[in-house]
Design a protein around this ligand. Structure first.
Ligand code: DGJ
Length: 372
């Protein structure tokens, strides 16, 4: 009898060890409680052998795209199985007057570790409550531990009082739109430079919407975001403690109307994947390569290939994840938004394949890290 029980236990152990795990882009992705992961517009921090996935906690229904709860965190050691670590940054109570009051828009949170201060620094796109998308601010929160709790420290518009490295004479001399004149991203009446959006926001700080962070091998951190009414990307160097701007920034892809930028580095080259501006609807991705974070950047076109490539496989980029301990392994992370019921938004993770100095992404119904 003991032998039989022993054999059964051995079999069960063997089965659990050989269980195959894989990614299924666009499908429900249950966490350790069997609940669909709630970390939209997210990004990953790798820290001491553990991956931490941070993203927007969405709720059901029409209010679901506003911040009702905060930033959700999950952890994993294998990238397939994710443990719910709870809310890393909570919104402030309604009526508190805080910049991150419940009901604000808090999007695309990203976390990086600062070795100088030994703190975890979270940045996010913040639209104060009741202002639509006109605030266009960056928020910063700090924690002693990767999983939080994160303390909100400040929000602001980037680089107030500073011109970018590639400012033109026309920005300094040309008149600016009258204050209060608003443009909605993607439909400017004229090119951003003839409107002089850069000059308009020079004193009060440039707009910052869809955003990402990138930390280079030398420890310098960069914030990249959609600015000038989403018409132009900006990349800004952060302070040594990663909590502020230092006034050094550059405009990229002027007038190309890009969102959802995600930056990564491979073999000394820097890459970007981005989208166009079509709200929650998908569009064709774009990519670019450079020899340094401030460029010069060269556009490479849509990296997606095959069926539904012109819709980025019904997703929009949020992060590119370098897989640890795996040479040349990078994962495209995208959101398949669900604006009618945001909590049901799905995740599209796909392997990135390199072709010389450019890269491509192909659809896979199901794949595993061995593919890489
Ligand atoms: C597309 C952006 O990428 C999202 O983060 C969000 O801001 C939506 N637009 C809002 O329409």
């Amino acid at each position: 009898m003991i032998k039989i029980i022993y054999s059964i236990l051995c079999c069960l152990f063997f089965i659990s060890c050989t269980k195959e795990y894989y990614f299924q882009p666009g499908e429900v992705w249950p966490d350790n409680h069997g609940v669909h992961i709630n970390a939209h517009g997210g990004g990953i921090l790798y820290d001491n052998g553990v991956y931490y996935w941070f993203g927007e906690h969405k709720v059901e229904g029409s209010i679901g795209n506003t911040a009702q709860v905060g930033v959700h965190c999950y952890s994993s050691t294998d990238l397939y199985k994710w443990k719910d670590e709870g809310i890393a940054l909570s919104v402030a109570p309604e009526g508190s007057g805080s910049d991150i009051e419940k009901g604000c828009v808090l999007e695309r949170p990203k976390v990086i570790y600062n070795a100088n201060t030994r703190k975890y620094i979270m940045w996010f796109h913040l639209e104060p409550k009741g202002m639509g998308y006109s605030g266009a601010k960056s928020g910063v929160a700090v924690s002693e531990k990767p999983t939080g709790p994160y303390q909100f420290i400040h929000s602001f518009r980037p680089n107030a009082g500073h011109w970018p490295m590639n400012v033109l004479d026309i920005h300094i001399t040309r008149p600016v739109p009258s204050s209060g004149e608003q443009f909605s991203g993607g439909s400017l009446p004229a090119p951003p430079d003839s409107l002089n959006l850069l000059g308009r926001d020079m004193k009060g700080g440039q707009m910052a919407r869809d955003m990402n962070l990138f930390v280079d091998d030398d420890g310098k951190a960069y914030h990249i975001y959609s600015s000038e009414e989403n018409s132009t990307l900006h990349i800004s160097l952060l302070s040594d403690d990663y909590t502020r701007y230092v006034g050094k920034y550059k405009r990229l892809f002027v007038g190309r109307h890009m969102e959802a930028a995600a930056m990564f580095k491979r073999k000394g080259k820097y890459y970007l994947i981005m989208s166009g501006c079509t709200g929650w609807e998908p569009n064709a991705a774009r990519s670019a390569v450079a020899d340094a974070p401030f460029g010069e950047w060269k556009e490479l076109g849509n990296p997606c290939k095959g069926k539904d490539a012109e819709w980025t496989f019904y997703s929009q980029s949020c992060y590119v994840l370098p897989v640890q301990g795996c040479n040349d392994c990078y994962i495209y992370m995208g959101d398949r938004w669900c604006p009618k019921n945001p909590i049901d938004g799905r995740y599209v993770w796909l392997p990135i394949q390199f072709e010389g100095d450019s890269f491509i992404i192909e659809w896979k119904d199901r794949w595993s890290l061995e593919t890489l």
